[in-house]
Design a protein around this ligand. Sequence first.
Ligand code: ASP
Length: 413
Amino acid sequence: MKLPSLNILILLGAVFGVALGFYFHELGAQHQAVQSSLYVASLVGTLFIDLLKMVLIPLVFCSISVGIANLRQHQQIHRVWVTTLLFFISSMAIAIVLALLAGNYFKPGAGLHLAMFEQAMQNFQAKQLPLPEFFAQFLHGLFVNPFTALSQGNVLATVSFALILGIALVIGGDRYKSILSLLQEGLIVTMQIVGWIMCIAPLGIMALLIKLVAMQDVAMLSTLAKFVLVVIGTTLLHGVVILPLILYLFTGKTPLWFWHGAREALVTAFATSSSSATLPVTLRCTTQHLLVKPEIAGFVIPLGATINMDGTALYEAAAALFIANLVGIELSLIQQLIVFFTAMIAAMGAPGIPSAGMVTMVMVLQSVGLPAEAIAILLPIDRLLDTLRTTVNVEGDMVGSLVVQKLVVQNIT
Ligand code: ASP
């Protein structure tokens, strides 16, 4: 009997995962069978993420340096750079504007009182993260001994070293031809391993979703229902309408075509809540299914997984307005402008790991004088919201690579 395609198996895994998760949730965590099943789900899910993380750093390193080197002439690198950064900034700006509009219109949190959450806030110590310190930390983290960065799995520092190495390879030309072909072979062999890892993706995704759904805090979800709905609604609007529209306007590609090619990565992002862990899958979908040239994808996708986070930017802004409503403060236009900028910086600085956005959100809250401890209210529901925002983060990277390819491809021979 012939097995269905990997794409179908992944979708089936996701559906079964959610269904079983609900079932276990209903049975209750005390149930012996539920405990053992969750233990197995946790093992399988973690194994899947570990495997993805295993190839992440070699992949980022090879794909960025090879990508840059293959762009060959300085002129092209410059164009790709500028177009990519402009795209990232514009799409995050649109996401934040959506969040601010929805927050002002629906005012989630307005009927609730901060006192309801006192207990949660008392037990939570927010780590101070003022903007200048955050900025200094970010800059400081950019340039690290490459061996330390590679061995510690530091994606940001690996990205910056690979960029510099790529530029050196371009400038050196023929002189460094053998290093370049070594890196090219490295990229091919790592993608081969990614292909093998994808064979267990259906199981890994199912396991991650079982655990996620079974362990949801339903009481907190219903208390914060309005906020959750506004965030989910705006994130979906951005992911299902705005990004596909941008894609269509720039490239003429339809949303269905995109979804077909991108779904493996989107489902993986949803289940893992980590753009970094999803990166190997994103790169595979972008080059193999969406047919973006490896030199463009190899540059845009890893960079995007590190700094382009539409879903996170949207969430940071939405959460700031929500907390302002809870505290009973009406944020002025200037304050909302500050939220706009800090949300963008916070999203760019958030690493692509689960709940990273919650950490950098402290900075957004502090920038307009909101209590940082209030994020304790959001922590119980964060894992759930993280699924969708990570999916949109990854979608933004893939749309970005298609748009960049369309805009600069004429110059690449
Ligand atoms: N989990 C998100 C990501 O990996 C980051 C965040 O927490 O918003 O893209």
